[in-house]
Design a binder for this molecule. Structure first.
Ligand code: BG6
Length: 491
């Protein structure tokens, strides 16, 4: 990664919160460790709590002990990192509190400033207007907005308009951390850095695309938030739809924010609406019941703290999406995601079509497996291409079997630490590069599509289907591609 040698101030609203401690500060620490922060770059935590800079540094130290255990040994980097850390106590709804940023010298010396809003989206508008009152919205200042950006099209419009009153679109960085994952960026490299795949990348050769983001965790003390969101809003509207866009978009003319985002918007606008009765045949919703994961008993959704037995919020969703354009006509995109499933993994599967004619038509070769490109995002980062191969041995005749050509990124680049998604994205904001961030047009088009599904679900009296924790979701999800004569790729 190219360094961000320009000094800047990174102000984290919600600076003492879970996201800051688990992800943002570990990511900034790693950037510092890799020499990617300018020597005078500062990090300022901001939240309501009264805390001294020393208290904040201690809190960050404890978080690093937990989330970057190796950092305990490296006292040199910690002493440098600690010097960067300070804290400002601000009530986001108290405009006058924002004067403290000026007293603190935020943005002095013409330096760039990144305001990272890791707070509830209800506060985005008021934070931005208070920043503007104190001239903290100049062109060299940017805001990063964490998801969820609203809970439907109308609320996302309202939030966006409030932010736009004080910041220009070019200063707004809407983050989707999936776009910072290494393998997701590698998908762009695979598609547009090789001659091999692009000629095959269409309905002429691809039968279907599958995107799975499977989690073993439950709602984990977030019942209140999650019950208002559900898997469709929490995961599909952003992460899965963004992955779909990268698979389906046309080659952008260059790798810059406008070109990439324009192509993604075209895909989103081409998504066929799933509305009315279609929602019954094209989507499956589920809620996890108790079960077993990794040999341990785990609770059901309704046994979680603060749960409400009336909830219809889905913790699992599977659906068939169609992209109505020339390239993808007739190619289903199957998406699924859920909590408390059997394995934690995320992958994109490109399933190629069957051979037009097989010359290997004896008994042993009746079922020739189709080529498959599997892009695994996590837990391991790897790309594999399944090809048919002759089984070695003179007595085997022409017996063919599928073999995986594996590209393990960890093995291929074994001296390189694979950065966390937030590292790449934070560095990009500091460098003012919005290519891996979402334009409002993308958020808007994704909400339009998701609102249609939500509206159809709201009209049914049917409850989400129960599935055992540790399973692969409701049986109906398995049946979704089977109805079209296809199957989910096995883990
Ligand atoms: C977040 C969701 O955006 O992504 C969480 O709100 C989810 O519910 C998380 O667990 C998954 O991210 P990752 O990177 O762990 O796959």
């Amino acid at each position: 990664m190219k360094a961000s040698l320009k000094a800047c101030d990174v102000v984290i609203f919600g600076g003492g919160g879970d996201l800051a401690m688990r992800k943002l500060l570990p990511a900034l620490y790693h950037l510092d460790m890799d020499g990617l922060l300018a020597p005078t770059t500062r990090i300022i935590g901001a939240s309501r709590r009264d805390m001294s800079a020393k208290d904040y540094q201690d809190k960050v130290r404890a978080a690093l002990d937990e989330f970057v255990p190796a950092s305990k040994e490296d006292t040199t980097i910690w002493s440098r990192f600690k010097e960067r850390l300070s804290y400002v106590s601000v009530n986001a709804q108290e405009e006058s509190d924002f004067a403290r940023f000026n007293e603190h010298g935020v943005g002095d010396d013409e330096r760039d400033v990144v305001f990272y809003l890791a707070t509830s989206p209800d506060l985005f508008g008021s934070i931005c207007s208070s920043l503007a009152k104190f001239k903290l919205n100049q062109a060299r200042m940017r805001v990063v907005l964490e998801k969820p950006l609203g809970r439907d099209l109308a609320s996302s419009h309202a939030i966006n308009n409030e932010v736009l009153q004080n910041f220009q679109e070019s200063q707004i960085f809407r983050i989707d951390h999936y776009l910072g994952k290494e393998t997701v960026q590698n998908l762009l490299a695979i598609r547009f850095g090789n001659t091999l795949f692009e000629p095959l990348w269409s309905s002429a050769h691809i039968d279907n695309v599958q995107i799975t983001v499977s989690e073993t965790v439950g709602v984990e003390g977030r019942w209140g938030y999650y019950n208002k969101a559900g898997a469709l809003r929490d995961m599909v509207q952003n992460h899965l739809v963004q992955l779909l866009c990268l698979v389906a978009m046309e080659p952008p003319s260059r790798m810059d924010s406008t070109s990439v985002r324009d192509e993604k918007i075209k895909v989103l606008k081409a998504l066929r609406p799933i509305e009315g009765a279609n929602a019954y045949t094209k989507t499956v919703r589920g809620q996890y019941a108790k079960g077993m994961i990794d040999g341990k008993d785990v609770k059901g959704f309704f046994d979680e703290e603060d749960s409400n037995p009336e909830s219809r919020t889905e913790t699992f969703v599977a659906l068939r999406a169609d992209v109505d354009n020339w390239r993808w006509a007739g190619v289903p995109f199957y998406l699924r995601t859920g909590k408390r499933l059997g394995q934690r993994y995320s992958e994109i599967v490109i399933q190629f079509k069957a051979l037009p004619h097989s010359i290997f038509n004896d008994e042993s070769n009746r079922e020739l497996q189709r080529n498959q490109l599997v892009i695994r995002l996590q837990p391991e980062e790897k790309i594999s291409l399944t090809v048919m191969n002759k089984v070695p041995g003179a007595s085997e005749g022409m017996n063919l079997q599928p073999v995986d050509l594996n590209l393990s990124l960890t093995e291929a680049f074994n001296d390189k630490r694979s950065p966390e998604a937030y590292e790449r994205l934070l560095l990009d904001v500091m460098r003012d590069d919005a290519t891996l961030f979402m334009h409002y047009g993308e958020v808007e088009a994704a909400w339009k599509w998701v609102d249609g599904i939500m509206a159809a679900w709201a009209q049914t009296s049917e409850r989400p289907k129960e599935y055992a924790s540790g399973s692969w979701g409701p049986a109906a999800s398995m049946a979704l591609p089977i109805k079209d004569g296809r199957n989910w790729h096995d883990y």
